[in-house]
Design a protein around this ligand. Structure first.
Ligand code: MF3
Ligand code: CO
Length: 267
């Protein structure tokens, strides 16, 4: 069942969305050569404690036993990377997936950043990031009441294919509101004109996971980390959005602070 967020509840979604976007950007600022993913996790825990009245919670920590306050996935790691002893190096690409709750509502957002800046990676990796980000932005632009959910999914898939990359099919976006994961699943592929029709008050996590090589993925023996089977790099961008009368509102506005993408969004 798809649960709607009322106009009275929407300010709560905006509040937690902005908190999660600020948390995500603050974590991105910690990314540099020599830092461990565990240090970023410790930073996130301390930052969460400072949010609002101090009752904000990580949505990752303890989720089905997940041990981190956020997911940190490096290079061929698609999602659900566990923070730990790994030392980030120049040229790594790092997906930070940050979700959490405040006063009973959830926000969820992700971005992929380059350790050492855009010149530290190949043109193919810059294209991967650009195409993934564009697929998210294109999808969000198309969201409004009356369109089929699969129209959005199809747009993501088409943008990714046009950019010469592939969509991960085993994991999807999702409804998000009073719970982290709600109906409907939001696949990043599909034929247009199918599935639920979007209505005002739906709140969705749109999150293309995109591979530079083949689409196929597997889960590592830690039971969490999802990697591309061919070992090629992979990227992930995510917003929580609300369907409003005349379009989507991005509830997690991480793009407002963006020193990380300017150098690869253009070319
Ligand atoms: N943000 C992730 C998602 O959208 C949730 C991660 S839960 C964790 O599904 F347990 F994997 F951390
Ligand atoms: Co999500």
């Amino acid at each position: 069942m798809i649960k709607l967020i009322t106009q009275e509840e929407m300010p709560h979604m905006r509040t937690v969305g902005r908190m999660m976007a600020n948390l995500l950007n603050a974590c991105c600022e910690q990314v540099r050569p020599g830092v461990t993913t565990g240090e970023i996790d410790a930073f996130a825990r301390a930052y969460i404690a400072t949010l609002g009245d101090g009752t904000a919670k990580s949505g990752c920590l303890g989720y089905n036993g997940f041990p981190g306050a956020l997911c940190i996935s490096v290079n061929e790691e698609v999602i659900h990377g566990i923070p730990g002893a790994r030392v980030l190096q120049r040229g790594d690409i790092v997906s930070l997936d940050v979700c959490g709750s405040y006063h009973g509502y959830y926000g969820d957002n992700t971005r992929t950043v380059i350790v050492g800046g855009a010149e530290a990676v190949t043109a193919d990796v810059r294209r991967l990031l650009r195409v993934t980000r564009q697929s998210l932005e294109t999808a969000v632009q198309a969201i409004r009441p009356g369109v089929h959910l699969s129209d959005i999914s199809h747009l993501v898939e088409k943008t990714v294919a046009d950019g010469g990359c592939t969509v991960v099919r085993e994991y999807t976006g999702h409804g998000v509101g009073r719970h982290l994961h709600e109906d409907p699943p939001v696949p990043n592929y599909g034929k247009p004109g199918r599935g639920p029709i979007l209505h005002e008050g739906m709140t969705l996590a749109i999150e293309p996971m995109v591979n530079l090589g083949k689409a196929s993925v597997r889960v590592l023996s830690d039971g969490w980390t999802v990697v591309s089977r061919d070992g090629l790099p992979t990227a992930h961008f995510e917003y929580t959005v609300a369907v409003l009368k005349d379009g989507a509102e991005i509830l997690t506005p991480w793009y407002e602070a963006d020193p990380w993408s300017a150098d690869w969004m253009k070319s």
